[in-house]
Design a protein around this ligand. Structure first.
Ligand SMILES: [Zn+2]
Length: 267
């Protein structure tokens, strides 16, 4: 069941809001249905943005028969043929979905998001989504159903555009690793605290960072507690579109270029 606010309704809401939402940016939330009598369940989603593959995570998932939904970019696919073949060899575990062609945020109203250059236009958003679909078809032989852009933030219009193209937007409810920037103990703690119906997001493309170790420990802790892991295509889910309040850019300050006082030398 889907009880999300439609993109159109949210646009009206934002337009009427007294609070400034620069660029009408939304961060879609996603939850899966509770496990009910079968017991608690979560969906583990892992992003392969670019770079390499964290085999610590991939190998543990295979050894423990833990299913996951993996969002891959065309960019990642080009340099990770071996890991991709491992994922393809386990279709019962891994659902491969679209993270775009070149890891570009589906935003046309702001120039950057988290320092990443955005698509900038509906045409570029379409090219990024379709490029990711083509890449998945060619490299993995699968047709994706879900789309998650770089940064998991979107222009509100982009959400409607991508849904019209026939793809569901893959938000999340539990941010496990903050873009693989958190240290292992924190990541482990966050994942181990997952509740029934959570959609966990983490990264599988940063093998040299501490975060991946926390992903491994966290999912093993959940498994030990009896949590079931499901993939996005295997369950019902519900979306929310949460407005992101962006700080307005500061006005440029006039900076004198001449007669700057010299810093005093300290001894
Ligand atoms: Zn990414």
């Amino acid at each position: 069941m889907r009880f999300s606010l439609s993109a159109h309704a949210l646009a009206l809401l934002l337009a009427g809001s007294a609070v400034a939402h620069a660029g009408n940016i939304v961060e879609p939330g996603l939850r899966i249905a509770d496990g009910g009598a079968a017991g608690p369940q979560v969906a583990l989603t892992l992003d392969a943005c670019m770079g390499q593959t964290d085999r610590r995570i991939l190998d543990v998932l295979i050894e423990n028969r833990i299913p996951a939904t993996i969002f891959i970019t065309g960019r990642w696919t080009k340099h990770n043929a071996e890991a991709l073949s491992v994922m393809k060899a386990h279709p019962d575990l891994f659902e491969l979905e679209n993270h775009g062609l070149n890891h570009v945020p589906a935003i046309d109203s702001l120039p950057t998001m988290y320092g990443i250059r955005t698509a900038g236009s509906p045409q570029a958003i379409r090219a990024e989504v379709e490029g990711g679909v083509d890449s998945l078809r060619v490299a993995a032989g699968v047709t994706p159903h879900w789309y998650r852009d770089a940064t998991a933030r979107y222009s509100l219009d982009a959400v409607g555009q991508i849904e019209k193209m026939g793809y569901k937007i893959a938000g999340y409810s539990l941010n496990a690793d903050q873009g693989a920037t958190l240290l292992a103990p924190m990541v482990e703690k966050r994942i181990a605290a997952a509740r029934d119906g959570d959609v966990i997001i983490a990264h599988i493309n940063q093998p040299t960072r501490s975060a991946g170790e926390g992903v491994v420990k966290g999912i093993l802790a959940l498994k030990a507690k009896g949590m079931r892991f499901v993939r996005l295509n295997d369950v019902q889910s519900s979306q929310t579109l949460d407005p992101v309040q962006m700080a307005k850019p500061a006005k440029p300050r006039h900076v004198a270029t001449a007669a700057q006082p010299k810093p005093r030398t300290r001894y």
